[in-house]
Design a protein around this ligand. Structure first.
Ligand code: ATP
Length: 369
């Protein structure tokens, strides 16, 4: 197992800046997720670690050694890319066994069979071992491609969207499987690429959020969820998404307060270090809001805002209610039975805990304040 350090890596393809000063490190045995939208540079980062892309600047270290001049096949990394390339002439067993047939492992046939069998069992493909590759669904191919990586010991695993082609149910099952593997048998340094925040939150020891070739934030799932470094990161995590309200900061009797541009939302912002007059945007997650369909006393320690129902979306046992407050739209999720007769344009109240409000600068960087 090896720690991975990526330091100041830049990569251009023609004029396109794919990686712009990317730095992060993955500790020995850590499961590190790279999360970002399409085109953010996740695959290019992985390929730079693997040696399949040569950075224009910066260094990659494996177990403390600069591997800039080390060929990919000498880096002892096991990789799985989204475009799973299996050997079409080999059956599933031989595809999975192929990495173990390298002379460096020197495994007996029995040991090879045992390792392949164990990995296939773990990934739920044991019954497919004698099939031809052309007799597999895309989801099965993807699991075999993942199996071909996990079957062999390596200094580190690089997994690029290994669950991308699975249907929702299988994806959830495989995610749970991977989590138990990664915290049990696997325990190998892993970089895992995904654009699915649920996957990142549930699998990662730490997450690096990438956007347009730049690392925006690196942190544990809790750190990134509780204190997103800017509005982009806040929006990338959570469904329904965080709601934003634009406004400014004003001085209040007990410290700074946020007042929305139209005056409809006013809330104290304890702990925010900024000056009155600053233009900001606040973010409130749906689960931090409470919906009050009738007039009630404001719950202790919470702030009340009045609005009208804008749209209701039924999500099985829960309902997402979008409430219009002045010109802003705030989403809240409530149990379905709590909103039996609610309809568009009904007057409702929302309450929130000021400590759950995220405050961001307005303008280009949208940084957390
Ligand atoms: P996705 O989630 O869609 O796979 P990604 O975050 O992995 O995206 P990359 O594949 O790393 O993003 O691509 C980053 C940028 O670099 C994109 O704009 C992509 O078009 C570009 N790019 C990647 N590889 C090449 C290449 N070989 N030649 C030219 N441009 C490339």
């Amino acid at each position: 197992m090896a720690a991975i350090e990526v330091q100041g890596v830049r990569k251009k393809f023609g004029k396109l800046v794919a990686l712009d000063d990317v730095s992060f490190s993955v500790a020995d045995g850590e499961f590190f997720c790279l999360l970002g939208p399409s085109g953010a540079g996740k695959t290019t980062t992985c390929k730079s670690v693997a040696g399949l892309v040569r950075p224009d600047e910066g260094t990659v270290r494996l177990a403390g050694h600069d591997v800039g001049d080390v060929e990919p096949n000498h880096r002892d990394l096991a990789m799985c890319f989204e475009s799973y390339a299996l050997y079409p002439q080999l059956n599933v067993f031989d595809n999975m066994a192929s990495p173990l047939r390298s002379p460096r492992f020197r495994l007996s046939d029995d040991e090879t069979r045992e390792r392949v069998g164990r990995t296939a069992e773990m990934l739920g493909v044991a019954q497919l071992l004698h099939r031809g590759v052309d007799q597999l669904s895309n989801g099965q191919r993807q699991r075999i491609a993942l199996g071909r990586v996990l079957v062999r010991p390596a200094e580190a695993y690089l997994l690029d969207e290994p669950l991308a082609h699975l249907d929702a149910k299988l994806r959830t099952a495989m995610r749970a499987e991977l989590k138990s593997i990664s915290h049990g048998d696997l325990n190998t340094t892993t970089i895992y690429v995904t654009h699915d925040y649920v996957e990142a939150l549930s699998l990662a020891d730490r997450i690096g959020v990438l956007r347009e070739g730049r690392i925006l934030q690196v942190g544990t799932p809790e750190e990134i969820w509780d204190r997103p470094c800017n509005a982009f990161v806040a929006e990338a995590f959570g469904k329904p998404r965080i709601s934003f309200v634009d406004g400014g900061l004003v001085d209040g009797e007990h410290g700074l307060r946020f007042v929305s541009s139209d005056g409809a939302v006013e809330v104290p912002v304890p702990g925010v270090e900024a000056t009155a007059g600053e233009a900001v945007r606040i973010g409130v997650r749906p689960h931090d809001l409470e919906l009050h369909p009738g007039a009630e006393d404001v719950p202790a320690g919470r702030v009340w805002v009045n609005g009208v129902v804008y749209v209701l979306e039924h999500l099985g046992r829960q309902t997402e209610v979008t409430v219009q407050v002045g010109t802003a739209l705030l989403s809240v999720v409530v149990p379905r039975e709590d909103v039996p007769d609610l309809a568009r344009d009904d007057r409702v109240g929302l309450s929130l805990d000021p400590c759950a409000v995220h405050v961001f600068a307005r303008g280009e960087d949208e940084r957390r304040i």
